[in-house]
Design a protein around this ligand. Sequence first.
Ligand code: HDD
Length: 716
Amino acid sequence: MAKTPYTEPNDDGPHDTEFKTDAGSKDQSLESHRSDARGHDLRTNQGVRIADNHNSLKAGERGPTLMEDFILREKLNHFDHERIPERIVHARGAAAHGYFEAYDNAAQYSKAALFSEGGKQTPVFVRFSTVQGGRGSNDTVRDVRGFATKFYTEEGNWDLVGNDMPVFFMQDAAKFPDFVHAVKPEPHNEIPQGQSAHDTFWDFVSLFPESAHMVLWTMSDRAFPRHYRNMEGFGVHSFRLIDRQGTSRFVKFHWKPLAGTCSLIWDEAQKLWGRDPDFNRRAMWDDIENGDFLEYELGIQVVEEADEHKFDFDILDATKLIPEEQVPVTPIGKMVLNRNPDNYFAETEQVAFSPGHVVPGIDFSNDPLLQGRLFSYLDTQMLRLSGPNFHEIPINRPVCPFHNNQRDAPHRQTINKGQASYEPNSIDDGWPRQTPAAEENGGYETHHERIDAHKVRARSDSFGDHYSQARLFWNSQTEVEKEHIIAAYTFELSKVARPYIRERQIKEILPNIDPELARRVGENHGIEAPNAPTAPEGELGKSSQESSEALSLMARLPGNIKHRKVAILAADGVDAKQLDALAAKLEEGGAQAVIVTPSMAPVTASNGQSVLPDAMLNGLPSVTMDAVIVAGGDGSATRLADSGQGRYYVQEAYKHLKAIAALGEGKRLLEAAGVPTEEEGIYLGEMVEEVFDAFAKALGQHRVWSRDSRANDMPA
Ligand code: HDD
């Protein structure tokens, strides 16, 4: 290949290579930007000490304020500009710092430095988000969750900007603005917030069959994870990894949560909107503060270039996943999130991700959704972060040195020395110079893909199948999950005012996923659905497998009680020893015991001991807990049974399929609340040891699934 004539590479090899990352590199780089006001005087932004921070400068004590008051003007001026445009999508988010550690096998797939050797640690910053709602919306809405990771590698930043679902609503980026306009709060009244249950969303998706697969995912319980530690993450697109020999392979990225997958239940998620709108971000924050870190494995599905066309779908189509039975997920590293940000705005709000931020060894595929994203993210940061210098904001700065000839623009921080801001130059001896691509430490080189094609505004026939994987997902769900999906479509469509939109979804989309799904949702809306698919053969497509275990949330249940929160209900008369024994048992398994009492006043145990509550009944209601234990004692449960809040606590826990145990007289609370005492998932006994193991086993399954069909009979 001909070289650009003025290329003047580093003659003595690449420079800047002495720079190495470790888990703490980003923390160190942020340190010089941190500011701690303790022990300092109050001053203006120009450094002048302020003598009175309470009164503006006036002409007389009761007179008008003077323009001259530069202290007031600076303060109000700054305040008036405190907000920046929120993200058009993914506005509500929460983030954490941590590190990624490569496994021994990673280097064989990619020459990227972060994968170069087993045990190598690279700092990361991860932002989780919801998509539809504004910054002030609720955490537990039915929505996709963003899972965006910035790796601060020694070769520059790599952003893996993914979601908690492996597919997307469309195939071509050209449809993204239409989709977002349809799902966002409606333009005339800005309703509803944080929800897809409205006319414009269902109008669009019922006319847009390629969205059927992703919409089905969002109608599943995946749409409201119990905790960010309990959700999977996906890069969605096929990307490329390039190894040291220059071989390119297609990969799909997966984050597998080590704590297993589990979700909320719709009724619980809705109640949490009011009880704790910050439920997910609070849980992550608190856990990190308590040293209970979030952990994930990074995995890849690898497809050799020669196998690109061997699937019954197109791997460039983002509405398709690669079933794990066809290409297993190979773990190549682990991520630990272990540090909360110091400042929400400076870090979580100002972090700027882009799928276009890649490092040597990582490359794109021609997925037309990904290709459009490569433009959109940089463009949006220009508005959101006021110009092209957003890379200088501390959270966005690479940890490695970076020099180029880009200059000026708003808010420029760097003071570039020298006269030459162009290349080639002789004034600064040609610096900064290019680095040729190499097996390692090389400049970025795009994979040499041969493209010989007509310019067309068209879509490949191989993108024509819109339903086969929706069917695959449906077939892979357990009965309980299917019931929840039917309930979700029923609920969402019940919020659609226009009957013809409901009818279109039920008659023209759902039968193509599964006629039984269509029939059941139709029945709930008094609409008769066709009993066979209606879409043309090509759109229906064919999947070479019937179902895939990995697509069910049940495939990766936690299996133990680690990280779970268990309410222990207590009132005056409680058996204090039992409380201690319960707390010890729970903590031994890594769970958190939370003593919940009628008010925040200490309760007096049967032995006279004073017990300090962690929370009161309506302060941390059952929706914020994973399971409930009613402690025994002398009159404790009777007092709880006499209170509406006490009865409601266990009724709601029952309704949300939570494991419930009652010790000794604790049973009285269940009886008073109308909670069945003799069925799976309810554990009664006199002593902690009698019930604990069975209770813990049920909690490890996350919920008492066998109760699902009866749960809604509970009027909580
Ligand atoms: Fe996007 C933000 C994930 C398709 C345009 N997107 C954004 C964020 C995540 C995703 C996690 C939040 C990042 C953060 O925390 O700051 N987006 C996805 C995934 C997609 C996807 C997994 C499909 C596979 N997105 C997509 C398309 C477009 C965009 C097709 C436009 C053509 N996305 C944006 C954006 C955002 C964004 C408007 C808003 C804020 C931002 O970028 O920084 O540019």
